[in-house]
Design a binder for this molecule. Structure first.
Ligand code: PEP
Ligand code: MG
Length: 589
């Protein structure tokens, strides 16, 4: 029987494969009493599970060591020491001696530990809660014989379509990216970081499937279509054929788009638009550079930190930035300082907050930890000797944050000069316009910065008070809401009046319909996922700013996101007699 799951298109591409269901959550454990003569057997079973868990953690540890070095691998030592902990072993054994089955005995001890860890006065202990949960899941699933509870089991080379509830940083580090052909998650939206990361890694993905992990059993044959956000399980032959034809067509379209992607991007009425690429990982730089992008409009440096326990040092950061700058030989590279926090947190060492999206994050955290911030600034100033580098600050709400950063940039430059290290000290400084505060005071900010970059993902989230990662709110996350459109219009006006450049680097820039709206609002610089560069170039070359402005006036007057969308869609489709390259999924908002 064919069943189709519809979710949110997160990263394009069609994959035929086998569902690998991963339930990375503490399983429910039934209370089970064992007879006196079963006690020794239960204790032996418990020790076997501990040993098997050690083998698995060691395997992940070795992989982490190969990928990220010995320091990163050390995070798994905490889990290994928990597995050897005398109190844990004795506590579990003592429950078993009271005729409680091994899995329940272990579950009881771990639940007590979790309570104590969560309440502990030392932050260092509270931060180990994630490790404790990983150990809890791993040992319990071994004791219960659950097949789908360990990331080390994802089979390599079998075209696994990984289906899981959410891809948290703790889970991401444990996965072997070579084993995963596609990703499908219950949680997440187009602007959540799973989606952004999947796009940057070029792994097709569908998110926001809500209940796929409870409805699937694992090992089903499936087709995942990242452009339309569909997961078809047990497809019929006819269905598979149709998808194969589409996959071939997509490959042809991509090749055609790539052929057209080089050279300037000028609208039919002669307006030049710059298309930059967003780069999330240094490894992406070469692909991004061949996409036809004219530079990097956003390098998200926090991906250097995610899933690690320690911050990368100056040398490592310098090499990562230089790699991207070199790939783009002389084109502008906008490096955004660490946007850590919200749903982008390194492992451990950071406070658990009730409201992380409104919390101690991004520029706030960097300014409160100046020594840590200056490591990054020094690395950027050094890398700037390789090309045209600009610094972008995330989550800015006031001009004081910009001024405080300038002081630290000057200090970082002085420190490098003192060490006799080659660097540049006068780099353009810009701010993300991604809070209503920044958007409304853009005229003031313009006096202190060289450029603006509109982060529509957060600007929409904070303006509409809609969590960008909450799948239940996905339909309420409407970039064409009049409040958002008016803010963007006013930011563009403030940038023109203040003589600063403005671009958009959020997901709005990658959606054809939204990009059309942005052209109508006066935006002339778009920064998009590397894979979207050719598409956006083709789009811009096929429209006129005059029509986009007309569509935007109608959209603003329309008063609701749905009516605004209808106004824009009608005119965009009219501009393209053949809208074939505007794939359905990309047009959906
Ligand atoms: C944004 O908020 O639009 C943005 C580009 O930044 P991020 O998605 O990394 O928060
Ligand atoms: Mg943002």
């Amino acid at each position: 029987m064919l069943s189709a799951f519809r979710g949110v298109p997160a990263s394009p591409g069609i994959v035929f494969g086998t569902v690998y269901l991963l339930r990375w959550e503490v399983p429910d454990v039934r209370h089970r009493i064992v007879a006196d003569d079963e006690i020794d057997g239960e204790i032996a079973r418990f020790h076997e599970a501990l040993e098997a868990a050690r083998v698995r953690v060691n395997r992940v540890r070795r992989r982490a060591e190969r990928r990220a070095g010995p320091e990163e691998a050390a995070i798994f030592d905490v889990q290994l020491s928990m597995l050897d902990d005398v109190e844990l072993v004795q506590g579990t054994e003592s429950y078993i001696h009271r005729n409680i089955a091994a899995e329940k005995a272990f579950d009881l001890v771990m639940s007590e530990w979790r309570k104590n860890f969560a309440r502990h006065s030392l932050p260092m202990v509270r931060e180990r809660l994630g490790d404790l949960t990983d150990v809890h899941i791993r040992v319990l699933s071994l004791l219960l014989g659950l097949p789908d509870h360990d990331p080390v089991d994802v089979p390599q080379g079998a075209g696994a379509i990984l289906v899981t509830h959410d891809l948290t940083p703790s889970l991401t580090v444990q996965l072997d990216p070579r084993a995963i052909a596609a990703i499908a998650t219950d949680a997440g939206t187009r602007t959540s970081h799973v989606a952004i990361l999947a796009r940057s890694l070029g792994i097709p993905a569908v998110v926001g499937l809500k209940d796929a992990t409870t409805r699937l059993r694992g090992r089903e044959r499936a087709v995942l279509d990242g452009s339309t956000g569909t997961l078809i399980v047990d497809p019929s032959e006819a269905e598979e054929d149709a998808y194969r034809r589409r996959a071939t067509q997509e490959a042809l379209d991509d090749a055609e788009l790539l052929r057209l992607s080089h050279g300037d991007t000028i609208t039919t009425d002669g307006v030049r638009v710059t298309i930059y690429a967003n780069v999330d990982l240094p490894e992406e730089a070469d692909i991004a550079a061949t996409s036809g992008a004219e530079g990097v409009g956003l390098m998200r440096t926090e991906f250097l930190v995610l899933g690690r326990t320690t911050m990368p040092d100056e040398e490592e950061q310098y090499r990562a930035y230089a790699r991207v700058i070199d790939a783009f030989s002389g084109q502008p590279i906008i490096i955004r300082t660490f946007d850590i926090g919200g749903d982008k947190l390194p492992t451990g060492g950071y406070p658990v907050e009730a409201n992380p999206f409104l919390g101690w994050r991004a520029i706030r955290m960097c300014l409160d930890e100046p020594e840590l911030f200056k490591i990054q600034l020094r690395a950027i100033l050094r890398a700037a000797t390789h090309g045209d580098v600009r610094i972008l600050l995330p989550l800015v709400v006031s001009v004081e944050e910009v001024r405080a950063t300038r002081v630290l940039v000057a200090e970082a430059a002085a420190e490098l000069a003192e060490r006799g290290v080659a660097h540049r000290d006068q780099l353009p400084l810009g701010v993300m316009i991604e809070t209503p505060a920044a958007a409304i005071t853009a005229d003031t900010l313009a006096g202190d910065v060289e450029f603006f970059s509109i982060g529509s993902n957060d600007l929409v989230q904070y303006t509409l008070a809609v969590d960008r990662g909450n799948v239940n709110l996905a339909e309420r996350f409407t970039p064409l809401h009049p409040a958002v459109l008016r803010l963007i219009r006013d930011v563009v006006r403030a940038s023109e009046a203040g003589g600063v450049q403005v671009g958009v680097c959020g997901e709005m820039a990658s959606e054809p319909l939204h990009a059309f709206a942005l052209l109508g609002l006066g935006v002339r610089q778009l920064s998009v996922a590397p894979r979207s560069v050719p598409l956006m170039k083709r789009l811009v070359r096929g429209v006129s700013v005059g029509i986009a402005q007309e569509a935007m006036t109608a959209a603003l007057e329309a008063g609701s996101p749905q009516r605004a969308e209808a106004e824009l869609r009608r005119r965009l489709l009219a501009a393209f007699g053949d809208a074939a390259f505007l794939r359905d999924g990309l047009l959906a908002t």
